[in-house]
Design a protein around this ligand. Structure first.
Ligand SMILES: NC(=O)c1ccc[n+]([C@@H]2O[C@H](COP(=O)([O-])OP(=O)(O)OC[C@H]3O[C@@H](n4cnc5c(N)ncnc54)[C@H](O)[C@@H]3O)[C@@H](O)[C@H]2O)c1
Length: 346
């Protein structure tokens, strides 16, 4: 438990990862305030916490300084998760991505400088490594080669934050998350492990592009533990530091993910195709977070697969197709009043 009463602002806290972090930090004694525009009509993600006195929800856009300043009032620490997340949604909505993931996040960080915030955790992505040609797992110092608009904006924001050394009153940390898997109240079935499990559970034929490409994976509950570790760590260990978050054991090729699912569903029909639209291929080294923060994820890809299969077989996700917009990042819903701002911001 946290010994003193600390309030953490989760920006984008009603999303897939944020919903799990919320529950975790509330259980550990934090006060949690969530600022989220609910762009996937994901208001139900706040519902489980509304009866918790230490939880506060604010609907609002990070681009709007009125919401940013209101949300920042009285908070100790900030975690930025908000944005359009993933390569497909950012290439579908490039103007919105530019306005939110780049200009919106940047203006929010500028607004933070007018508030006595202690820490900032910026959640970035291992996608920033892009296509890694070497046959080694890359660490935080490996040159970044973002391939998508999504990763390019993440890299820009990382650089902005790390460039604040000596200028900002707060202590920032950049966390490059592996690809997430596992259950959340905002379940995303557009992420590799979750998607493959559901498709094969439904008995569909699965088409897998570039089966031998590597990717690191990490369970959403382990991400929540990582956020807790960074919030608790002495600032001397985490300020202006970048950490990859995940573990080597969860570096998997897509073929390996399919093989694990087929242990449960052996007669699945899977076809493989080379040269898909997504050339990312990277194995990641997680020594730094283990060494500096003594953090290791606890949940394997195999356990995650079992967990998702158990939920699917209990009928908990029988209505995904009827609410497709909620169960993946396919389509966004922004208030029309904010659309003109987009054009200016872009
Ligand atoms: N899911 C993954 O596999 C993964 C991997 C690496 C890094 N990350 C990072 O983790 C973070 C969370 O990802 P996620 O999977 O939970 O995504 P998500 O899409 O489920 O959640 C994003 C949240 O941000 C909110 N949001 C979007 N634009 C907003 C705006 N303008 N103002 C306020 N709120 C806004 C959305 O409503 C949503 O609730 C992101 O920063 C992402 O880049 C995720």
């Amino acid at each position: 438990m946290v010994t003193e009463k600390r309030t953490v602002l989760l920006v984008g806290g009603a999303g897939y990862v944020g919903s799990v972090i919320t529950g975790h930090l509330l259980r550990k004694g934090w006060h949690v305030r969530c600022l989220d525009q609910l762009i996937y009509k994901n208001e139900s993600c706040a519902w489980p916490y509304l009866s918790v006195p230490q939880y506060e929800f604010m609907q609002g856009d990070i681009r709007d300084p009125r919401f940013a300043n209101k949300a920042l009032k009285g908070v100790d620490d900030v975690v930025i998760l908000a944005g359009l997340v993933g390569d497909p949604i950012t290439s579908k909505y490039p103007d919105e991505s530019h306005a939110i993931n780049r200009n919106g996040v940047a203006s929010f960080i500028d607004a933070m400088q007018h508030h006595p915030v202690d820490r900032l955790i910026f959640v970035s992505t291992c996608s920033n490594y892009g296509l890694v040609e070497v046959d080694t797992a890359v660490d935080e110092n490996y040159p970044l080669a973002p391939l998508s608009l999504y990763a390019k904006h993440k890299v820009e924001m990382e650089q902005k934050i790390l460039g604040l050394k000596g200028k900002a009153g707060f202590h920032p940390t950049v966390l490059r998350f592996a690809t997430a898997f596992g259950l959340s109240s905002r379940m995303r079935f557009d992420l590799t492990v979750n998607e493959f499990v559901r498709e094969l559970h439904l008995g569909k034929e699965l088409l897998v592009f570039d089966p031998n490409t590597w990717r690191p994976y990490c369970h959403v509950r382990d991400f929540a533990r990582a956020i807790e570790e960074v919030l608790r760590a002495p600032t001397s260990k985490v300020a202006f530091e970048v950490f990859n978050v995940g573990c080597e054991e969860n570096n998997f090729t897509k073929l390996m993910v399919v093989e694990e699912i087929m242990r449960h569903i052996p007669r699945s029909k899977v076809t493989y195709q080379e040269r898909g639209a997504d050339p990312r291929n990277y194995r990641v080294n997680f020594d730094k977070i283990r060494r500096v923060l003594n953090f290791t994820p606890e949940i394997s890809v195999q356990q995650g697969i079992s967990e998702i299969l158990a939920a699917l077989s209990q009928g908990l996700f029988d209505h995904v197709e009827e609410q497709r917009h909620f169960f993946g990042n396919y389509e966004i819903f922004l208030p029309t009043a904010l659309i003109p701002d987009l054009k200016r911001a872009g």
